[in-house]
Write a new protein. Structure first.
Length: 400
């Protein structure tokens, strides 16, 4: 039995979208402050990039706890708990006196930011049937897409006006506002009859089932690696803006606004197509767009001069394709475990975030200042994602 959301749907979608935006806000808002923080803490760009990587690793592993917990005590309780921790972590980053303490609070930010994202996605599937959930998640993605565009712009303004610490005071305020919205605008969607055991053995058994479920794994790997292709340019944006394009801390909008427009357009299109096209057709179209974008990026990197349009335009098309596929892939994956949606959402996010962490802490530092390396790495991510998607189709055919 499902509990249908009885609040106005736009408030439900808005609150879940803001919860999902916590992650990109926490990653992107302080990007313009990288040089200043590096100078104050006397650290290298590689160490600074690892503040994203450690954040993502913490977020990835904590999802494995928050997911099954939300299947036991409810989605809303997990959201409120993690938002409280996020508030503390953001304030800790704001007052950090050295790199070690800053990194510690970044890890706590990661551990707490993941809870709302996990529980919010499970709420959408609790409250809607499959097609409605696809559409609702697409609209959440539309709003979510605003975060990468406005976060570095807000961060740049705050940095220039008040210094880098003001960025983290802003994040604390953002978490507090969402906490209030959750209290007033979200109702619990997990019925008592659907609560699952939180006993370690029971949770371990379900996790083992998820790790041996071939279709589920291929779907979430397709989702994580396709996102990773875009995240190379997000986590590497200081290098793109400062080193490739030779721009300033207030110019991150040149990269993030067009990319966000691609995400919003892709999410909107996905929502509109969800009741007209079969899911597989939507995902196929998405991979065509991402493949074309990646090939353009590689060709431009090898044979053409580096310009703003040349670097950013292919990423807009890639972002469109990624956003077109994400709602469909997410719902297909969650539906593999209809009685453990919180846990399924957690595993999905674990793979998604862990791959992003590898991109931020290992791949991007290895690429250094090579625009060719960025383009080739994105193509390799996409090739892996496409292979996983095609494999999932083969598995589905065999099972039927």
């Amino acid at each position: 039995m499902q509990i249908r959301n009885q609040l106005p749907n736009h408030w439900f979608i808005l609150t879940v979208a803001l919860l999902s935006m916590t992650g990109p806000f926490t990653i992107d808002t302080y990007l313009p402050s990288f040089p200043t923080i590096e100078a104050e803490f006397q650290i290298s760009r590689a160490l600074m990039s690892q503040t994203i990587g450690f954040y993502l690793v913490a977020a990835a592993f904590s999802t494995l706890f928050w997911g099954p917990l939300s299947d036991r005590i409810g989605r809303k309780s997990v959201i409120l708990t993690t938002l409280g921790l996020y508030l503390v972590a953001s304030l800790g980053c704001a007052i950090a006196s050295d790199y070690s303490s800053f990194l510690l609070f970044r890890i706590l930010q990661g551990m707490s930011a993941s809870g709302g994202m996990i529980a919010g996605r499970a709420m959408i599937r609790d409250a809607h049937d499959s097609h409605q959930a696809h559409r609702a998640l697409a609209y959440v993605m539309m709003l979510f897409g605003l975060a990468p565009a406005i976060a570095p712009i807000i961060g740049g303004w705050l940095h220039d006006a008040f210094g880098w610490r003001s960025v983290f005071y802003f994040l604390a305020l953002y978490g507090f506002i969402i906490f209030l919205m959750t209290v007033y605008f979200l109702q619990e969607t997990l019925a008592k009859a659907d609560q699952q055991s939180f006993h370690p053995l029971s949770v371990a058994k379900v996790y083992w089932r998820s790790l041996t479920h071939s279709r589920f794994l291929t779907l979430i790997l397709a989702l994580g690696t396709s996102f990773g292709g875009l995240f190379i340019y997000i986590a590497g944006s200081p290098t793109v803006i400062y080193d490739f394009l030779h721009l300033s801390s207030t110019d991150f909008g040149y990269q993030f606004v067009p990319m966000t427009a691609g995400i919003i357009a892709g999410s909107f299109t996905s929502g509109k197509l969800s009741h007209r096209w079969p899911t597989r057709h939507i995902v196929h179209l998405a991979f065509i767009a991402m493949t074309l974008a990646s090939l353009i990026s590689v060709s431009r990197a090898f044979w053409f001069e580096t310009t703003i349009t040349g670097v950013i335009a292919p990423q807009v098309l890639y972002a469109f394709g990624m956003a077109l596929s994400m709602p469909a892939l997410s719902i297909l994956a969650i539906d593999c475990f209809p009685h453990n949606r919180g846990l399924a959402s957690a595993v999905q996010s674990f793979i998604h975030i862990l791959f992003a962490a590898v991109v931020a802490s290992i791949i991007v530092p290895m690429l250094a200042t090579s625009i060719i390396g960025f383009a080739v790495a994105q193509l390799l991510c996409l090739t892996t994602a496409l292979a996983m998607w095609l494999w999932s189709g083969i598995i589905s055919t065999q099972n039927t």
